[in-house]
Design a protein around this ligand. Structure first.
Ligand SMILES: Nc1ncnc2c1ncn2[C@@H]1O[C@H](COP(=O)(O)OP(=O)(O)OP(=O)(O)O)[C@@H](O)[C@H]1O
Ligand SMILES: [Mg+2]
Length: 324
């Protein structure tokens, strides 16, 4: 289901929170909204599910103007995940996930099955977690439950407002990887708000940069990191070339399109002195620098050697403007 902001503004007495935003999100696309604090990201997001009503302009969900769709009907199609998770503290994990299906009057067996399916999907064994209370969950586990709850009624649209902002960097990487895996099978239309440029680059099909209520740029990560606009260059920082490497996989550099799924330091890495094809070129460069070598053996995710990645391969891929 596609989304669109058409010349949307939100004015408060003292402040224009969003100023003439025009932007669309294609069906199945993951659009990241990023920008300095107070630039209007959350406000833009909330105008989609009508937690905030625009002062001007139109927001479209699918082929409908959201102002004409009853709020409850609208929100049925939109999952919403926020940083503070907002799990109901007096309900078990299972009951939290079941909240929307119960509103929709699903029968009991269907709800039970859905809870199990979703807990499996987000990597929490149902036997251990279904009856747990939110208070005992770690931050990362609570975020997983938040994602499961948002997905409960299988909405075509997901709105995520800094969903992984409150967890430590390692947990965040794991959650990002898991979310990419989930997204690759579910293909939701996602608007994902973050402060974290690395997160944006990792997750986004496209990144929209906002500043002071206005849209400054919207482009695939690779293009954004090449953008000559001074605000964007300042925003992407001096290490934008390294960030570009973080978007390319070892497999890409070796001429095999391999999506990035490996995360350094999580236990399923390659044998010493080699790197997996689903790791990033940034990790490959780091390993080469550490070893003082100008090449490294590449293995596929099953651990089978598939060739050598050289510094020359790496430079060539980094220099060639990638499509995404
Ligand atoms: N209800 C409101 N009344 C008045 N001003 C508001 C209201 N909601 C938001 N604002 C202002 O609008 C601007 C944009 O707010 P918004 O929450 O969209 O920013 P943000 O980009 O999500 O920031 P952050 O990264 O800190 O979450 C801010 O200056 C904020 O103070
Ligand atoms: Mg915000």
């Amino acid at each position: 289901m596609r989304l669109e902001w058409r010349q949307v503004s939100k004015r408060y007495a003292e402040k224009t929170a969003v100023d003439d935003l025009s932007l669309d999100v294609a069906e199945g696309e993951l659009l990241v909204l990023i920008g300095p604090s107070g630039c209007g990201k959350t406000t833009s997001l909330k105008m989609i599910n009508r937690l905030v009503e625009p002062s001007e302009g139109t927001v479209m969900v699918g082929d409908k103007d959201v102002s004409l769709v009853p709020v409850t009907e609208l929100r049925r199609h939109i999952g919403y995940v926020i940083q503070q998770v907002g799990l109901f503290p007096h309900m078990s994990v299972a009951d939290n996930i079941a909240a929307v299906p119960r509103l929709l009057k699903w029968d009991k067996a269907r709800i039970e099955a859905r809870i199990e399916e979703l807990l499996d999907l987000v990597g929490l064994p149902p036997g251990e977690y279904a009856d747990a209370w939110p208070a005992r969950l770690s931050g990362g586990e609570a975020q997983r439950v938040g994602v499961a709850r948002a997905l409960a009624a299988d909405p075509p649209v997901l709105l995520m407002d800094e969903p992984f902002g409150a967890v430590d960097p390692l947990t965040r990487e794991v959650l990002q990887r898991e979310f990419l895996r989930i997204q690759s099978t579910l293909g939701k239309t996602v608007v994902f708000v973050t402060h974290d440029l690395d997160e944006a680059i990792r997750l986004g099909d496209r990144i929209a940069v906002m500043n002071e209520g206005r849209l400054v740029a919207a482009a695939p990560p690779g293009e954004l990191l090449m953008d000559a606009d001074p605000f964007i260059r300042n925003f992407t920082g001096e290490d934008r070339a390294l960030r570009r490497l973080a978007r390319l996989s070892v497999g890409d550099a070796l001429g095999q399109a391999v999506p990035i799924t490996a995360v350094g330091g999580d236990g399923d890495s390659a044998p010493v002195g080699s790197i997996r094809t689903d790791s990033t070129l940034k990790e490959a460069l780091s390993l080469m620098l550490e070893a003082g070598e100008s090449s490294i053996n590449a293995v596929n995710p099953a651990g089978r050697p598939i060739g050598k990645l050289t510094l020359a391969d790496l430079l060539e891929s980094a220099a060639g403007t990638e499509a995404s």
